[in-house]
Design a protein around this ligand. Sequence first.
Ligand code: RP5
Length: 163
Amino acid sequence: MAETKPLVAVLMGSKSDWDTMRQTDELLTKFDIAHECRVLSAHRTPVETAQYVGQAEARGVEVIIAAAGGAAHLAGVCAAHTLLPVLGVPMESASLKGMDSLLSTVQMPAGIPVGTLAIGPAGARNAALLAIAILANRRPELRERLRQFRAEQSAKVLRETLP
Ligand code: RP5
């Protein structure tokens, strides 16, 4: 039977991040991964963020994806409140093109890790794929689907023709 409790929590600091993070949602859906997407902010809703993340493991969540832009503290704050793996996605900001988001997500002090992905859409897609790879460690069927995904991706590249 398919798992219905969320295995992956996809958090983002603002609804304005959804245009990018819908790509995470779409890939998790494509792989039939039970997940939930929420707007929660390290700065605007600090108490609710801590509560949500603090309860995530007990709810069956296995991976947290946290996307934020600017002074992007969401992934680090999530990691501070859970032992679950936290994957950070730096949003491409208007002013600094996401360099601000990247540095504030990736430069965690030793002791509280955040696995940081690329800025923007590539990071959003790879966060989903990395979460799937983590879940696939103890789900052979999912591992097989991931292998198939990679094979299809390779085949598509090899079919490319140039004008
Ligand atoms: C961050 O501030 C969010 O993650 C978003 O990327 C950025 C801007 O948020 P809005 O002002 O668009 O709500 O917290």
